[in-house]
Design a protein around this ligand. Structure first.
Ligand SMILES: Nc1ncnc2c1ncn2[C@@H]1O[C@H](COP(=O)(O)OP(=O)(O)OP(=O)(O)O)[C@@H](O)[C@H]1O
Length: 229
């Protein structure tokens, strides 16, 4: 499986949000997608998911346009949105079952239990989502993203709102999912990107200003500032 952006651009009215991006993502890599506020990260992620269409250029998932094969593609992609939209009135298990049914998963109870343990929600799983702390709500979002065992994980700031211990746990979790998957995640926490990513895509004012292996970048914070100021 691969995801390819080819001359990808998006304008909102007269404003250009993303300009002429080119990159290719392969399985087995965790790729950090970085950039200052307003650089165009969420816009790019939404185009990769087929949620919004490019103004020009294209996204290819296994050589196909995600907008033309929306349902089959959704089965292969897990997405944690930046604002992590959840149903606050639902209980954790009820919510995961609701989503699992949409994905038509078999052995759903077993899978829900597995995912709940995986993201460390055992003690909170009997609660309504609105009763959970921000960090635990974030874990529900991650449980949701991985429930159907997708081959591609797109995570928009997965550790926002988490304390340092929780961040470590989620980091290990993401690492454990690396094999055979494409994982793309955006984060403003550069130490986390340094610890977890194999590769860094850096976007500034809608343009890709770096696509490099993490090991070639000595000090990511310094590098980020040099490229984006
Ligand atoms: N629906 C929209 N309509 C108009 N402009 C938009 C829309 N969504 C994003 N933009 C603009 O496009 C640019 C890129 O925004 P985007 O949300 O992709 O950036 P980002 O890198 O994800 O930022 P952040 O780190 O702050 O979340 C910004 O100037 C933003 O105001």
């Amino acid at each position: 499986m691969f995801i390819e952006a080819k001359n990808l651009s998006k304008n909102y009215g007269k404003q250009s949000a993303v300009q002429d991006l080119n990159f290719r993502l392969e399985q087995g890599q965790i790729v950090g997608f970085l950039g200052p506020n307003g650089a165009g990260k969420s816009t790019t992620l939404k185009m990769l998911l087929g949620l919004i269409s490019p103004s020009t250029g294209s996204v290819l998932v296994d050589g196909k346009d995600p907008q033309e094969q929306e349902i089959s593609l959704k089965k292969r992609i897990g997405y944690l949105a930046e604002n992590n939209p959840l149903y606050p009135e639902m209980y954790v298990r009820e919510f995961l079952a609701f989503i699992g049914n949409i994905h038509e998963l078999s052995n759903l109870d077993k899978r829900i239990q597995e995912v709940i343990e995986w993201v460390g929600l055992e003690k909170e799983a009997h609660k309504k989502i609105q009763e959970l702390s921000k960090g635990y709500q974030q874990r529900v979002g991650i449980a949701l993203a991985i429930l159907h065992d997708p081959k591609v994980l797109i995570l928009d700031e997965p550790t926002s709102g988490l304390d340092p211990n929780q961040r470590d746990e989620i980091r290990h979790l993401i690492k454990s999912l690396q094999k055979d998957r494409i994982i793309l995640f955006s984060s403003h926490i550069l130490s986390e990107v340094e610890a977890i990513c194999d590769r860094v895509l850096l976007i500034h004012q809608g343009k890709l200003v770096c696509d490099r292996p993490m090991k070639e970048i000595k000090d990511l914070e310094k590098f980020f500032k040099e490229k984006t100021s």
